[in-house]
Write a protein that binds this ligand. Structure first.
Ligand code: ADP
Ligand code: MG
Length: 469
C-alpha cells in the first residue's frame, strides 16, 4: 500500500470491525474480509477486492456505508475507488481429502453450473469458507442439529433427506449450512454443491423468466446438483410460480438421492402462503430445532470467538459477557466486536471496566430511548400519516404507496429508537436485514441528497407527534 496521507493505526481493520457492527458477520466475512486498503491520497482511498464479482457487489451495495464509516473514523469525506486484486485461492481448491477419486466428467458439469448461472460466477458453490465445523461451537442448544449435519456429511442423500434446520435468528443455521457444504467439498471437490437463499433462487428464476432466457438451462443448473443447501426458505411463501419451480427441483433431486438441506426461521407449517404439498415435502425428512445458546454454550462461544478476533479475555471477563449478553450468537459477536473496537483506540490491555462500560453504554442508550417511544407508536403514526395499514407495512406489496411508508417506518425504527436491521426486518414481516438497510439508505438519500420536500414534511410531522405525545 502506498500512502501519502496519515490514517489512524489499524485503519482498515477498524473500518471492517465497525462495518461488522452495522452489517452482519456473514456479510463482512463473505464480501469484505478479503479487502484491503491499496492506496491512499488526500481525496481518495483505493480499496482492493479479491475478485471482480466481489468488487461489483461491494461497490454497488456497500460503498455508501463504507464511506459513512470512514467518515466517522477520520472525519473526512474520501472518494472511494474499488479495484480487483486477487489474493488467495479458495479453500476447496487446496483440499486433497478425496473421498472419491476426481471425476473429469463431473468437472464439466461443475463448469456448466458456473457458466449457466451468473449469480454464482465468483464461486460455483457460494460457500463461505469461514463457516466450518471446526469453528462451530457445540453446546446443548445446537447438539442435535450439529449431529444431524454431521450425519448428512457422512451419508449424503442417504439418511436425512431433506434435513431441515429451523430456529430464531442468529443461532447458527446459516453457519451449519455452509459447514455442511464446505465439508462435502472437502470430501469430494468435484461434488456439485450449491448454497443459496430462497430469495436468490427466486431472483434467478424471475430473471430467467423476464429476460426470456433458456429455462432448460435454469433447470439443469439446479436439478443436476449433488447437494442443494437452501437458506431462509421462509421467504418462498406467497411466491407461487417460484414455489412451483422449487417443488419440481426438490422432487428431481430427492428422487435421485441428492442431498437437500434447508434452513428456516420457523416450522414450514407456519410459513404463510406456502403450498401444502411443499410444506409436506419440506417436513418430510428430519426437522431439527436450534435454540438460543445457554450459559455454558455462551461461555464456550465467547472463548472461541475472542481468540479468533485476537482479543484476550480472562475467565472473569468471559463470564461477565456471558451473563449480560443472553441473546443469540450474533449478539455475542456484536458485543465482542464492540469490545475490540473500543480497545483498538487504546494501548492498554482490555479490562473488565472497559467491557462493562462498553456493553452498558449500548444497553442504556437503547433502554432509555425505547422507554419513551415504542415500535408500535412509530408504526401507528406512519400508517396514520401515510394513510396505509400495518398489514401493508408488513406485507409484500410493492406499489409505491406502500413501499415509501414501509421504508419510512424502517428509517424511523432505526434512527429514532435505534433498532438494528435484523430486528426491524423481523418486525416488518420477516424481511432480510439488507432490505432494511436499503430502505433506511433510500429515505436518508431522499431527504438529504434529493431534498424530497414531501418526505421531509411527512418526517417532520411524524417527529412532532412522536415527541409531543
Ligand atoms: P442464523 O442463520 O441462525 O440467523 P448464523 O448462522 O448467521 O445464524 O449465525 C450468526 C453468527 O453467529 C455467525 O457469525 C455464526 O458464525 C455465529 N455462530 C452461530 N452459532 C455458532 C456456534 N455454535 N459456534 C460458532 N459460531 C456460531
Ligand atoms: Mg441465517
Amino acid at each position: 500500500m502506498s500512502s501519502s496521507t496519515s490514517l489512524p493505526e489499524n485503519f482498515w481493520e477498524k473500518v471492517l470491525t465497525t462495518l461488522e457492527i452495522e452489517l452482519s458477520n456473514s456479510i463482512v466475512s463473505t464480501w469484505l474480509a478479503n479487502t484491503s486498503l491499496y492506496e491512499t491520497d488526500e481525496q481518495q482511498l483505493t480499496i482492493a477486492c479479491h475478485d471482480a464479482y466481489a468488487t461489483n457487489i461491494i461497490e454497488s451495495r456497500y460503498a455508501h456505508l463504507i464511506k459513512k464509516v470512514i467518515h466517522e473514523i477520520t472525519g473526512k469525506n474520501f472518494k472511494l475507488r474499488f479495484i480487483t486484486r486477487p489474493q488467495r485461492t479458495k479453500i476447496h481448491d487446496s483440499g486433497p481429502l478425496f473421498d472419491q477419486p476426481p471425476q473429469p466428467a463431473k468437472k464439466i458439469n461443475t463448469k456448466e453450473i458456473r457458466s449457466s448461472s451468473p449469480s454464482h460466477q465468483h464461486n460455483t458453490s457460494n460457500l463461505n469458507p469461514n463457516y466450518t465445523f471446526d469453528n462451530f461451537v457445540v453446546g446443548n442448544s445446537n447438539r442435535v442439529p450439529h449431529a444431524a449435519a454431521m450425519s448428512v456429511v457422512n451419508n449424503p442423500g442417504k439418511i436425512y433427506n431433506p434435513l431441515l434446520i429451523y430456529g430464531g435468528t442468529g443461532v447458527g443455521k446459516t453457519h451449519l449450512l455452509h459447514a455442511i457444504g464446505n465439508e462435502l467439498l472437502q470430501k469430494n471437490p468435484y461434488a456439485r454443491v450449491l448454497y443459496l437463499t430462497s430469495e436468490d433462487f427466486t431472483n434467478d428464476f424471475i430473471n430467467h423468466l423476464r429476460q426470456n432466457k433458456d429455462m432448460e438451462n435454469f433447470r439443469q443448473t439446479y436439478r443436476q446438483l449433488d447437494a442443494l443447501l437452501m437458506d431462509d426458505v421462509q421467504f418462498i411463501g406467497s411466491k407461487e410460480a417460484t414455489q412451483e419451480e422449487f417443488y419440481h427441483t426438490f422432487n428431481t433431486l430427492h428422487q435421485s438421492g441428492r442431498q437437500i438441506v434447508l434452513a428456516s426461521d420457523r416450522d414450514p407449517q407456519e410459513i404463510e402462503e406456502l403450498a401444502d404439498r411443499l410444506v409436506s415435502r419440506l417436513r418430510g425428512g428430519l426437522m431439527v430445532n436450534m435454540s438460543l445458546p445457554d450459559y455454558e454454550t455462551r461461555i464456550a462461544i465467547i472463548s472461541s470467538k475472542s481468540s479468533q478476533l485476537n482479543i484476550s479475555l480472562d475467565r472473569q471477563m468471559i463470564e461477565y459477557i456471558a451473563s449480560v449478553i443472553t441473546e443469540n450468537v450474533r449478539e455475542i459477536e456484536g458485543a465482542l466486536l464492540k469490545i475490540k473496537s473500543a480497545s483498538l483506540g487504546q494501548d492498554e490491555p482490555i479490562t473488565l471496566g472497559l467491557i462493562k462500560s462498553t456493553l452498558q453504554d449500548s444497553n442504556t442508550k437503547r433502554g432509555n430511548l425505547t422507554k419513551k417511544i415504542t415500535p408500535e407508536m412509530i408504526l401507528e403514526l406512519v400508517t396514520n400519516i401515510f394513510d396505509t395499514t400495518i398489514k401493508d407495512l408488513c406485507g409484500r406489496r410493492r406499489k409505491k404507496e406502500v413501499v415509501i411508508p414501509r421504508q419510512m417506518a424502517m428509517f424511523l425504527l432505526r434512527n429514532e429508537i435505534g433498532m438494528n436491521y435484523e430486528e426491524i426486518g423481523n418486525l416488518l414481516g420477516g424481511r432480510d436485514h439488507t432490505t432494511i438497510m436499503y430502505g433506511c439508505e433510500k429515505i436518508t438519500r431522499e431527504i438529504n441528497e434529493s431534498q424530497n420536500a414531501y418526505l421531509k414534511s411527512q418526517l417532520r410531522l411524524i417527529r412532532e407527534r412522536l415527541y409531543s405525545a
